[in-house]
Write a protein that binds this ligand. Structure first.
Ligand code: SF4
Length: 369
């Protein structure tokens, strides 16, 4: 049925592989990342998404907790971090964290999403106590916390193994990893946009350890900076390879780079709609072993995130009460989307909204708007 509707010959061959459960190859991915036949591409991506999730589209009701913006790595791609003596610098005390989470819980959140800067003076007990405070406020809160970059740093600064870091933070309440810090694995690009961040190889190693500890994680990919098509294909291939080994990735999350207040000049100020569609649809088709594809409305704009629901996406992101990171880089979207609005975006695109967390358990809607 879908084969008959695909006019483009190469995309029809790719669709034949998909229908025959044959993984597509890197040359197919390169083609998909450059084609302008987005309707045929979308037909394939939508078929896969429908097989996996029917007419359900997920969203979350959560808060962002960015515990500090002081970071010693100062990646050129980052608009959020600053030095200790910067007037904008902050570090949240445990009391402030308790207050913010208590406030957000009163609005009905299910999940806290935690990331922050890299700083040597914060030892593991600061993070353990942070997580325990959140669990005391709401014992069933789902906590998605810390990037692979942070876990690697926690191990080094506390002089313990990454395995021990995971054991202690799981014990304190971590339920999943958000998947940030992946950027683009290709070393020649990574040294431009984030030279002091752990290499892509180490990011994948940390994820392997997390998966072996039973944690599910997201996997991000930053695009629209200096990367080439081959670098995107390389990134996708490395994710697919690790997923074949561990099965621990729940979600692929491509992130369009915003360059305001960063030291990187993006190739173009904005992505085009076709670029976004190609990236997401290709991700859905190439990563056949990844269950979910997430389009963060905050990065893409609500309208593009909604459209991507027809190009392979099954998760539109969450309310993100108090998001700071992408807004520091110039994102024009509001920093809080109401549950009612996210549900409307989903319903209006012809899907059934399903509230969830990063675990993808199906929750009832405790409507608050
Ligand atoms: S991207 Fe992360 S690691 Fe890099 S400077 Fe910003 S907060 Fe620090």
């Amino acid at each position: 049925m879908i084969l008959e509707s695909i006019q483009n010959k190469t995309l029809r061959q790719i669709a034949e592989k998909v229908m025959g459960n044959t993984p597509i190859n890197e040359s197919d991915a390169r083609y998909m990342l450059t084609t302008s036949d987005i309707l045929d591409l979308g037909t394939i991506a939508h078929h896969i998404r429908s097989e996996l999730h029917g007419d359900i589209a997920f969203y979350g009701v959560n808060m962002n907790l960015n515990y500090t913006n002081i970071c010693e790595l100062r990646c050129p791609l980052c608009a959020y971090s600053c030095d200790k003596d910067d007037p904008q610098a902050f570090l949240l005390s445990h009391e402030e964290i308790e207050k913010r989470v208590t406030d957000a819980v009163s609005t009905g959140i299910d999940e806290v999403h935690i990331v922050g800067g890299i700083r040597p003076d914060l030892k593991l007990d600061y993070f353990e106590e942070m997580l325990r405070i959140i669990k005391r406020i709401k014992p069933d809160m789902f906590i998605v916390a810390f990037t692979a970059v942070e876990y690697d740093y926690f191990a080094r600064v506390n002089n313990i193994s990454v395995e021990e870091v995971f054991d202690r933070l799981i014990d304190a309440g971590v339920g999943a990893l958000p998947g940030g810090g992946a950027e683009i694995f290709a070393p020649h690009i990574r040294t431009i946009i984030a030279p002091d961040k752990i290499p892509g190889k180490r990011w994948l190693e940390i994820m392997r350890i997390a998966h072996n500890k039973g944690l599910k994680t997201n996997a991000t990919m930053l695009y629209n900076h200096n990367e080439r098509v081959e670098d995107i294909v390389d990134h996708l291939a490395k994710l697919r390879e690790l997923q074949d080994e561990t099965g621990g990735f729940k979600t692929f999350v491509p992130l369009p780079f915003h360059d305001a207040n960063t030291q990187i000049k993006a190739r173009r100020a904005q992505t085009t709609g076709f670029e976004d569609i190609r990236i997401y649809a290709t991700g859905r088709i190439f990563l056949h072993n990844m269950p979910h594809l997430k389009a963060l409305w905050m990065y893409l704009g609500e309208k593009m995130a909604q459209i991507l629901l027809r190009f392979g996406v099954d998760d539109i992101g969450a309310t993100y009460y108090n998001e700071k990171v992408v807004h520091a880089a110039g994102a024009k979207t509001p920093d809080y989307g109401s549950e009612a609005y996210l549900k409307r975006l989903i319903s209006d695109a012809g899907f059934k909204p399903q509230r969830t967390t990063a675990s993808y358990n199906r929750l009832g809607t405790g409507e608050k708007s």
